[in-house]
Design a protein around this ligand. Structure first.
Ligand code: FEO
Length: 391
């Protein structure tokens, strides 16, 4: 529990023991489920937390309320990492009104079948204001950032944007800092969070940024990660870039999926050739690394090389999974070089081209390099041509 101002208290919880966030993302520094309490003439709880932290959160809430009864529970986002304690808190405080967008209110029974909220809900529309006394929360619809029911709210009294998943970050607050100004490396885990959680929804994020651009923001309180308290231009410009799928840097990302080392050797040789030309490269072994991290790097770099073995007359599975990930996250506007390998019937290149052809503006750079088992002398010339074309 921590005071953000005289009447706003942070009542969120860190989760350092979760193995996989959303059942798939490794979070070596944990994750925070942020929740806030505004103590004004009226009291408002802003979002709850994941069920893993229900008891801890309920205890914090009770302490922070210090005997008061909450008037409102604001639900910005209904995903269970923020809404799992709705039923428990609604039952504990039967006079409390649930405030959310109409879509969220309609979805609540999907998660809490036996919870009756009849006469206890307030459906907020775009621009509608919840008056708390000194504080007033203006609601702004943010569909698909990250679910369709999401609304963010802006406190006109102190310039606080309650941004739901927007501007969130992996990492518990005890690990990365309570405020962004204390966080030594916000960008990398915020990027991995953004690309994997919200990456598909670039256009909705752009729409929200456009709405937010007219707000006099002095603080951003997301549902994960540190509170952003300064240097707003930095964070907003990163969100602008990510949601336009615009690379952040120069250089080439080289991702390879190799069964017996031949494909890996070619990928690393190409990387060496590029570096000799002064091009920055990063290499990822897709068989062994965390795909969520490679996806984030694919958002960073303008050029990508994919090197894959052929397998069962298809693309070797780790590479297939990676390209599929790029597809579903909507990555676009990249130049892509291809290396395929096959001991008797290489087919990975043709199939990777097909997958890239289903994406928006992914330009395949020629020549594609075809290996037969290992790099041979003639292949070095082709690799050099590809390096030249990528550089
Ligand atoms: Fe942190 Fe989309 O929930």
């Amino acid at each position: 529990m921590k005071s953000i101002s005289t009447d706003i208290i942070y009542i969120g919880t860190d989760d350092l023991s979760i193995d996989l966030f959303e059942g798939q993302y490794k979070v070596p520094q944990g994750v925070s489920y942020n929740s806030y309490l505004i103590l004004d003439e009226k009291t408002a709880i802003l979002d709850t937390v994941d069920s893993r932290k229900a008891e801890e959160w309920l205890a914090k809430l009770e302490t922070a309320l210090d005997g008061r009864i909450p008037d409102y529970l604001v639900v910005h986002h209904l995903e269970p990492d923020h809404s799992s304690v709705i039923a428990a808190v609604a039952e504990k405080y039967p006079s409390m009104t649930i405030v959310a967008g109409a879509k969220a209110l309609a979805m609540i029974p999907q998660f809490f079948e036996n919870l009756s909220l009849e006469g206890r809900t307030m459906a907020m529309k775009e621009g509608q204001v919840l008056e708390l006394g000194k504080h007033s929360l203006k609601f702004v619809s943010a569909p698909m950032v990250h679910w369709p029911e999401v609304m963010v709210s802006f406190d006109e009294s102190d310039g606080t944007l309650y941004s739901a998943d927007g501007f969130g970050k992996f990492g518990a607050l005890s690990e990365c800092g309570f405020y962004s100004s204390e966080d030594k490396d916000w960008d990398s885990e915020a990027r991995r969070y953004y690309c994997n959680i919200v990456g598909k929804y670039g256009a909705p994020v752009q729409a929200l940024l456009k709405k937010a651009s007219s707000l006099p923001i002095k603080r951003i309180c997301p549902l994960h990660g540190p509170i952003i308290d300064s240097d707003f231009g930095h964070y907003i410009s990163l969100y602008d870039k990510w949601s336009r799928y615009e690379p952040e840097t120069e250089g080439v990302l080289i991702a390879y999926a190799s069964m017996h080392g031949g494909t890996e050797a070619a990928a690393l040789k190409l990387s060496e050739m590029l570096r000799e030309k002064g091009v920055e490269t990063v290499e990822f072994d897709l068989c062994r690394c965390d795909l969520s991290a490679v996806l984030a790097e694919a958002f960073r770099y303008p050029k990508i090389v994919l090197a894959a073995a052929s397998y069962d007359n298809y693309i070797f599975t780790p590479m297939y999974n990676f390209i599929h990930l790029l597809q579903i996250k909507g990555l676009c506007d990249r130049k892509v070089g291809l290396i395929e390998n096959g001991s008797w019937a290489p087919c990975a290149g043709r199939l990777m081209k097909e997958m890239l052809g289903q994406m928006k503006n992914m330009e395949v750079v020629e020549p594609m390099v075809t290996l037969h088992s290992r790099i041979h002398k003639a292949d070095l010339d082709k690799l050099a041509e590809l390096a030249q074309a990528m550089a």
